[in-house]
Ligand binder design. Sequence first.
Ligand code: C2O
Ligand code: CU
Ligand code: CU
Length: 511
Amino acid sequence: MAAAGLALPWLQTGCIRNRPLPRLLASRAPLPPQFAVPLPRPPVLRPVRSDDKSDYYEMTARTAKLPILPGLTTEIWGYEGTVPGPTIEARQGRAVSLKLRNELARPIVNHLHGGRTPPESDGYPTDLILPVSGWDVAAHRGMSGMAGDPRARISQGERIHTYPNEQRAATLWYHDHRMDFTAAQVWRGLAGFYILRDEDELKLPLPRGEKEWPLLICDRSFDRDGSLLYPSLDRALLERGGVEPEYMGGVLGDVMLVNGAPWPQLEVANTRYRFRILNACNARQLELALETSGAGPREFVQIGSDGGLLAAPLRHKTIRMAPAERFDVVIDFAGVPKGAAVTLVNRAGTGAMAQILRFVVAREEKDEATVPERLSTLEPADASRATVTRTFDFSYQGMDRQGMERGWTINGKPFDAARMDATPKLGATEIWQMRTDFSHPLHLHLVHFQVLSHSGRPGPYDAGMKDTLNLGAGQTANLLIHFAGYRGRYVFHCHNLEHEDMAMMANFEVV
Ligand code: C2O
Ligand code: CU
Ligand code: CU
């Protein structure tokens, strides 16, 4: 975008004292009642064919009108027309080939978040899949991010992605990554789960089947007619990315959706359940806790994080989750009387946004599942293996020479597809020191990392293999990163999606 030499319209000009905070966008539609609809389970995508090495999937991104709020319909952009998109169930050692067709009227990009993916399938932000209906590339040359990237791999109408699944079992997710418009397009619905399983995990006696749920939590706002509200500068999502200046810090919704339903309810047995929780909000931090009126669970047993199982379970009374982080937890409903409720609440929210999901114990059953004290083998973080240390500063600051125009930057620079910010060697281990004056969920493509320090010791939510770090204001964290997998160009960025679209992204090339 800087390479395109365009004015960046969301830039704030002049002397700005304060970093902009995420801001609530209030719905104009009446808020729906809480705990009135059942929790939906996202449909599982079936392969169109399989051979001995791979499963072949086809998926279409298109619009659909869904009844999300009572009495209204909402036009969404969804994979297979659903929100969330269908879940892809993958097995370690079997590749997934995903053909994605774009029946939307705007370009899309597909990224598998947490996937160790070859660069040509990773969803680099300029690797656009143009609409099937046609797209006049010449007419949209001025679009920021489109110009100035000779390495962009643009495809017409559809694209085949290969996910090798040569990594440990983990809760991954796929979502849109279109240059400059990721936040607006994910907000419209372009996100879904990708659950990778392996033999080691399948041997464990964890809750499974009907007692294992993916939970995609996101906040959204709705207009009077039920349509989604979003403060894009360019409502047509054609030329100019970013949001209105007052939302520059991030957009917060006032309706909490879990698997696409507002404040739903789930009937459970009085046994253990496994929940793979994803914070799919654009900019909202969550602080999960459990509330019960009588007997019942008051803690989560964390069994996994972004990059799969922990070595041993960890107990938490609350879990702080930044956008894009995943927490794999077991909740034990033993001892909750039949008919009683347990509520998953958000201590970081107020009013209706302090509520998420209600469980009601509807039946008594014998529990077949347990949580073993040893879950998997993780190599201890060994900082002495690192051969290179790099430092990245995430800040809100001047982006031009005079320091007058301010934006979200990494080492003082806005994203530029033509600039390489780090060139780690394939197979190398490095320490990346991340520093910020503000809260940013930082994410690297391709790799998982271990947190060596996080303003002191690793934080309570940093255990295991991570791909997203919840870096708070004024904090410094050291990440131990092993660059395994593939050579090629990838991005790292803030996963507050408004920050990401407004330039807080950079490149690394594995060489
Ligand atoms: Cu989930 Cu580049 O992001
Ligand atoms: Cu990613
Ligand atoms: Cu940020």
